[in-house]
Structure formats: structure tokens, C-alpha cells
Design a protein around this ligand. Structure first.
Ligand code: SF4
Length: 703
């Protein structure tokens, strides 16, 4: 008998709402509502595959922990109220704070988890309608480094690749990336590569991806910049430079050569722990490849020198001419389903549509397109996430609106973060779930619809706009984030300013006008229907492009060697490597690495913990991976309770003795609530991204 989830009377497609892979899903409908799903075999991203999170995307909507009604704090409790009271309270409290303390005293924290159209509405409403100066996204925690690196090197935040490049390379270099579990469908694309490619992995851990590599460089934590410079020096020394491309399309090769000259194989080997011969062999593999591609994620981005490390990767791709051709690229892999949308459309630290708040010309252009006075657009950049947290601590920021993110769990140095959040006069949380750590502390909870209960677009890692659709009803009184922003605008008294912002697709048309003539031009997209029919559409797709026909499914940037800088040349940017701010000491002799645990876990587990199937696929209890030698020294065995202590706090975890971590290192997945009680609050100076992977800790078996 056919299972009821497959007995559909209708089928539609939508992109998945978890990660930035952006898989296409086929939704099985009965009377218009989704009862099941399967991966879409025609979608160019996933080609009929999905990971466990995607398969479970509908089930987590049915959780009893859903926020189903607005709630306000009364003493230690949150009590149910109606939307009218919630919206009146929202406006009254934020207006009161703004009146007493100025427009800088209220801020918002946005997310990479909602649609482009929703984050556009939020950012424009908050800054142009409500008069806020400061707002940032949780993408600061994952992608800010890649954004800054691309902007400085390419002149625009422009990941150049398309997923077909996974299958077209003959040498794939993964730096601080574990796609086997972090981006499993991308890894499946690697496995389809017919070239028997070299797979080089730079990672301090023996990750699942490292186990599958043809060359694993198990470098010391935070020696990646030196190792990349050492590889660059060797590539230059063996004649691996594409001189023609460097001359034609880049600036700064002389400075780069001088900078890396000090990183001889001997010096690099001493700093990184990688054998000289392996350094030479790896450089040779890169130099000899006809199509080498370079991929990075959080191991690079979440670092106190992440921007310069990302640029060292970009430099390697550029000097070897590995960009703009099939199988090449300096390719940042994104995390959240719409982190890429946030980078363009959230109106947080970039002015809406990747403009510049400090540019009068940009403000004027935008004001004309949006039909608002240019004076309504702030002429200063927003504070970044960490600076907003500092502002809360100093009392300068007193009201905070948090949308679809969970800082009380995910922000670095958690005890300090919670202490700061507790100082707020008014904390609003807008979320699908009522049981997040941040919702537990809020003064007002606004219940939001989730993926599948609303529609809009996400942009995936390869710049592809994908459509997601409403196939379920939101529970109780929960509303789509779009409708909440619409209601806030009306209650605030600025609804008129957004009279054209009637539906997500109407906002998409506004975004198209804003993008016109820019590197991210999407003016040629013929509505949501075309996105749906074409298997998503990568930016750019301008009206001029559209005149030549339908968009091809796989397009990459920089094919002509021309970049978005004023002279069309990419910049080769370097800096002297720094030192770890909190090196291991006698008292704290281990380096704590944090990161993704399993394929079935996602960030703070707000959603993944709602699925009984996903819960079965990961350890329930927080655990730490400890090297066998260290475990023996400390008389620790697998399953023992171990106290992990840092200068910030101490937690008890279950030991997992394994040589997947190096000696002197400990790995704890980021998904567990306690992990960030240990992490040291420090940031990349250019991107302000937190550095989560280099805190000093001690270990002690709990008797
Ligand atoms: S890989 Fe990402 S986009 Fe694809 S099904 Fe899994 S969570 Fe969804």
C-alpha cells in the first residue's frame, strides 16, 4: 500500500530551508497541503539527493515547541496575548527607548534563515521606517570574513563558482571545510567528479572529508595563513604562476612575492607541523592541475585573521589562473539557506542591495528607487554584531529585536553574552519556536511561520535564487515574518512608506530595480515563475542577458578575467601572520576547536532537535573529542565525564577518545548549549567575525 506521504493529489517544488546548498525538494500535496517530500531529481543543485535535514523538513513544523501566539513577560513567565496588544507593546516600548536615549539605542539582529524579501522588509522598515541606526545579522558569525575578503580582492562580494565546478576540477583544495557532513550534497557532487581528482584537505582534525582526501595536511591550529603562504611561495618557485593572467588581471604580485618569500618549506614546516616534502608535493599538485578549485568554510572564516587567510586562498587561485573556468575558483561555501541573501538584501552593515551608507550618491539612488526621502537613509554604517553587544553592555543600546536567531546560545563567550542581554530594557524575539535560549529571556515573543508556511526566495552558495513556497498553514496565531513586518510598519505609523511592499513577489520586483546595473543585477528575471521553471537563476541575470534567451543553469563569474574593481583587476592582498591571542599555557594546555558535529545537527538545534529521527542520528549528550595520548596522560576513557575549563567558564562533557583530533587539541561541537561558555571573545579586525576555534582550555576527569 502507498504510504500516505506519497499519495499526493498534487506535487510542487521548493528549495530547502536549512543550508546554503539550496537543494530542490518535491513536495507532495493533499488538498494543497504538504504531507511528504522527496528530493527533486531535475533540480541542478542536488540532482535528486537530499540530506537527513532536508528529508525531515516538514516534520519539524509539527513540533509542540512551536510559538503559536504572541507572549509577553510577566514576572518569570511569558503569558499569551493577542497580536494587537503585542504590536502596541512593541511600538510603545521601542519608541519610548528611542525618545529617551536616541535612535542609536534600539537595534536589531537579523538572520540568514528568512527569505530575501523578508530580510529586505526588515532592514528597510527598521532603518528607513523606524529610524534605527544599528542592525546586523547572525551571518556575522559565519560569512562576514568571506564578504570582506571578496570585496577587497574582487571589488564586490562575489563568490565566483557554480556547483558543476565540483565535478570539473582535477584538484580540489578544501581549507577548514568538512563538506562530508557540513555540505553533504556538495560532497556528493565531488564524488561524481569523473577526473579522479586530487582532493587536498587542510584541517587540524581528521575530519570525514580529510579521511577521503588524497592528501590531508593536518596542520597545527591557526597555522593556516603561514601554510598557505608557504604553498604560494613554492608554487611561485616551481613556475606554477600564470604570468599572463597575473599581468592582465591582478595587482600586487610583487608585494605578494615579497611577503611569502620568508615562508620557505623549512619555516612553513616548523610553524605548521607539515613535512617539507608534503608542502612541496601539494604545491606541485596545485601547479600541475589543469583546473584547481579552492573551497573554504568556517575553519577559515571563524578566525582572528580570517580575512587575510581567505585572501591567501584567493591569491593562490588568482596567481595560478584558476578562476573563471570550469572546475576552478576561490570559493567560499556559505552556511545558512539565505546567508547570501543577507549579504545583499538585509540592509544591515551594507546599504540595501550592496550599496554604501556613507555614499551620498548611493543614498540618493536608493531613495529615488524606493520613493523615500534620502534623509531617511542613515549616512553612517551600522555597528557590527559584537559592537552592538558592546553597546548593550555600555548602556548605549537598550532595546533589541532578534529575528530567527539565538544569540544566548550561539554568541561567543556565552556567560558574558547572556549577562549583556539581561541588561536590555526591552528584548523582542521573533521566532518559529518558543523554547530557544534567547526566547526564554525575552520580554515579548512574536510567533513566526517557518519554511513551508510562507513563500519567498533564498540565494544559495553559488548565487542561485531559489523559490520556496507555502505548502502548510502556520500553527495558531503565528504569522509569516513578512506579515509581521507589514503589521509593525502599520502600527509604527510608517506603513505608507511601504505601500508597494504588499507581497513577497512585489518586494522581489523592488529588489530587481535596486539591482539594475550592479554586479548582482537580477533585472532580467521574469518573476517567481521563471525562477521555479528554470531550476533557480544565478545572479547576475540582467535585462540585457535576458534578451539573449533563457538563463543557463550553470554560470560562473570572471570568465573574461575582469573583476569589479575600478580598473578591472583583482587585488592580491597579504599581511604578516599574527599570533594566537590565547595560546595554550600550563594552566590551560589544550586548544579548543569547535564546529559542526554531525550531518543531522544544525547550528543551535532549534529545528533539528524537533525531529525524533534527526535526534537519533547524533549524540544526545555534549561530548569532547580527545586524543588518545592526552586521554592516557589524564586517565580519561571514552564515556568518562570530563570537566573542560577555560578562563570564561567550565562545563562537563562526555569524553570521546579518538585520534581525529591532534595531540593538545580538543573538539566540541557547537550545537550544544554549553559549548560557547568556553570560547574566547575575539574577532577578525576587518570582518568583525568571531574567532570560535582557538580558546585555551584544561581537561580533568570528573570522579
Ligand atoms: S544539503 Fe542543505 S539544502 Fe540540501 S537537503 Fe540538506 S539541509 Fe537541505
Amino acid at each position: 500500500m502507498t504510504h500516505k506521504s506519497l499519495a499526493a493529489d498534487e506535487v510542487t517544488t521548493a528549495v530547502c530551508g536549512y543550508c546554503a546548498t539550496g537543494c530542490g525538494l518535491r513536495l507532495h500535496l493533499q488538498q494543497g497541503l504538504a504531507v511528504g517530500l522527496s528530493p527533486e531529481s531535475e533540480y541542478p543543485v542536488n540532482l535528486g539527493m537530499a540530506c537527513p535535514k532536508g528529508w525531515e523538513a516538514l516534520r519539524v513544523l509539527d513540533s509542540p515547541n512551536r510559538a503559536t501566539t504572541p507572549m509577553r513577560r510577566e514576572g518569570n513567565q511569558l503569558i499569551a496575548i493577542d497580536w494587537d496588544e503585542a504590536l502596541q507593546m512593541f511600538c510603545h516600548e521601542f519608541k519610548k527607548i528611542g525618545k529617551e536615549h536616541g535612535p542609536q539605542s534600539v537595534a536589531f539582529l537579523s538572520t540568514g534563515q528568512i527569505a530575501c524579501e523578508e530580510m529586505a522588509f526588515l532592514g528597510c522598515l527598521a532603518k528607513f521606517g523606524m529610524g534605527m541606526l544599528h542592525g546586523d545579522g547572525n551571518t556575522r558569525q559565519c560569512m562576514a570574513t568571506a564578504v570582506t575578503a571578496y570585496k577587497e580582492s574582487f571589488g564586490f562580494d562575489a563568490p565566483p563558482y557554480t556547483y558543476a565546478d565540483f565535478e570539473a576540477s582535477d584538484c580540489l583544495v578544501f581549507v577548514g571545510a568538512n563538506p562530508c557532513i557540513g555540505h553533504p550534497i556538495m560532497w556528493e557532487r565531488v564524488l561524481r567528479n569523473p577526473n579522479d581528482p586530487e582532493i587536498v584537505v587542510l584541517d587540524p582534525r581528521v575530519t570525514e572529508t580529510a579521511m577521503a582526501a588524497t592528501e590531508h595536511l593536518q596542520l597545527r591550529p591557526k597555522s593556516d595563513l603561514i601554510l598557505l603562504y608557504g604553498l604560494t611561495r613554492e608554487v611561485i618557485a616551481i613556475g606554477g604562476v600564470d604570468k599572463d593572467f597575473v599581468e592582465r588581471s591582478t595587482c600586487g604580485f610583487e608585494e605578494l612575492s615579497q611577503c611569502v618569500d620568508a615562508y620557505t618549506p623549512a619555516v612553513t614546516a616548523q610553524a605548521s607541523g607539515i613535512d617539507e616534502e608534503v608542502i612541496r608535493r601539494t604545491a606541485r599538485k596545485i601547479a600541475d592541475a589543469s583546473a584547481a578549485s579552492f573551497w573554504w568554510t568556517m575553519g577559515v572564516n571563524q578566525s582572528y585573521e580570517g580575512v587575510r587567510t581567505a585572501q591567501a586562498i584567493i591569491n593562490l587561485a588568482l596567481i595560478t589562473g584558476n578562476i573563471g573556468r570550469p572546475g576552478t575558483g576561490a570559493n567560499s561555501i556559505t552556511g545558512q539557506c539565505n546567508a547570501m541573501g543577507s549579504r545583499l538584501w538585509s540592509n544591515t552593515t551594507n546599504l540595501f542591495g550592496h550599496h554604501d551608507f556613507a555614499s551620498a550618491e548611493d543614498r540618493q539612488r536608493l531613495a529615488e528607487i524606493l520613493g523615500i526621502q534620502s534623509e531617511r537613509i542613515p549616512d553612517q554604517n551600522s555597528l557590527s554584531y559584537d559592537q552592538i553587544m558592546d553597546g548593550i553592555d555600555s548602556g548605549e543600546i537598550r532595546g533589541l529585536w532578534v529575528i530567527a536567531t539565538n544569540p544566548a546560545h550561539s554568541w561567543i563567550d556565552q556567560d558574558d553574552a547572556r549577562r549583556r542581554l539581561a541588561k536590555l530594557d526591552f528584548l523582542v524575539v521573533q521566532d518559529m519556536y518558543a523554547n530557544t535560549e534567547t526566547a526564554a529571556e525575552c520580554d515579548l515573543l512574536l510567533p513566526a511561520a517557518g519554511w513551508g508556511e510562507k513563500s519567498g526566495t533564498f540565494i544559495n552558495s553559488e548565487r542561485r535564487y531559489g523559490l520556496h513556497k507555502q505548502v502548510r498553514r502556520a500553527p495558531g496565531k503565528a504569522l509569516s515574518d513578512f506579515r509581521i513586518f507589514r503589521a509593525v510598519a502599520d502600527y509604527w505609523g510608517c506603513g505608507e512608506m511601504f505601500s508597494d511592499w504588499t507581497t513577497p513577489e512585489a518586494v522581489f520586483q523592488i529588489m530587481q530595480r535596486v539591482s539594475c546595473g550592479r554586479p548582482n543585477d537580477i533585472s532580467g528575471i521574469n518573476g517567481y515563475e521563471q525562477i521555479d521553471q528554470c531550476g533557480g537563476i544565478q545572479w547576475p541575470w540582467s535585462t540585457q542577458d535576458a534578451a539573449s534567451g533563457l538563463p543557463e543553469q550553470e554560470r560562473r563569474l570572471f570568465a573574461g578575467g575582469k573583476f569589479f574593481t575600478h580598473d578591472g583587476k583583482a587585488r592580491l592582498i597579504t599581511a604578516e601572520p599574527g599570533t594566537m591571542p590565547e595560546p595554550p599555557s600550563d594552566q590551560y594546555p589544550f586548544i579548543l576547536l569547535t564546529g559542526r558535529g554531525t550531518v543531522s545537527q544544525w547550528h543551535t538545534q532549534t529545528r533539528t532537535s524537533q525531529s525524533p529521527i534527526l535526534r537519533k542520528l547524533y549524540p544526545e549528550t555534549i561530548y569532547a573529542e580527545i586524543h588518545p595520548h592526552d586521554a592516557q596522560e589524564l586517565s580519561i576513557a571514552t564515556g568518562d565525564s570530563v570537566r573542560v575549563r577555560s578562563r570564561r567558564g567550565s562545563i562537563v562533557v562526555q569524553a570521546s577518545v579518538t585520534s581525529s583530533v591532534g595531540q593538545g587539541q580538543v573538539f566540541i561541537p557547537m550545537h550544544y548549549g554549553a559549548t560557547n561558555r568556553l570560547t574566547l571573545k575575539h574577532f577578525d579586525p576587518y570582518s568583525r567575525q568571531p574567532s570560535y576555534k582557538d580558546s585555551a582550555v584544561s581537561l580533568e576527569r570528573v570522579q
